[in-house]
Design a protein around this ligand. Structure first.
Ligand SMILES: [Zn+2]
Length: 132
């Protein structure tokens, strides 16, 4: 004795049950009853209060899903930021090592230049001194 007649309705465009997600046509109006035509199908669970609750439930679910998606994006942004930060720290460390190495090399070169200049000066002086 169910009012359900699933599958017996064609999915042709036309008025649909006002219950969220229901595509069945509204229950036919009893011409003997006064009032407007039915907004809901003949499913007894599809009525104004249930439709309002279902709409609210769907809105809460959509909001929860949107929040979860935003949290997911935030977490992946944090991961990317943390990874970028770690890369920058590693790069700075390598640059510090390289700068230290180059400074050491420059210092050693400066010492060598000084030694060579002194040697040139000494040879120049002794060369002059040896001249007749
Ligand atoms: Zn319905």
């Amino acid at each position: 004795m169910s009012h359900h007649q699933a599958g017996t309705f064609p999915t042709a465009p036309g008025p649909q049950c006002a219950f969220p997600g229901c595509t069945r046509p509204p229950a036919p109006k009893d011409p003997a009853q006064p009032g407007r035509p039915a907004k809901y199908c003949d499913d007894p669970a599809h009525h104004r209060v249930a439709a309002f609750r279902e709409k609210e439930r769907r809105e809460r679910q959509a909001a929860a899903e949107a929040t979860a998606a935003a949290v997911g994006r935030l977490e992946s942004a944090r991961t990317v930021t943390a990874e970028a930060g770690a890369s920058v720290i590693e790069l700075v460390r390598r640059l510090e090592d390289e700068i230290r190495r180059l400074l050491d090399e420059a210092a050693r070169s400066a010492v060598r230049i000084e030694e060579l200049e002194q040697e040139v000066a000494r040879l120049t002086l002794s060369g002059r001194g040896n001249r007749p």
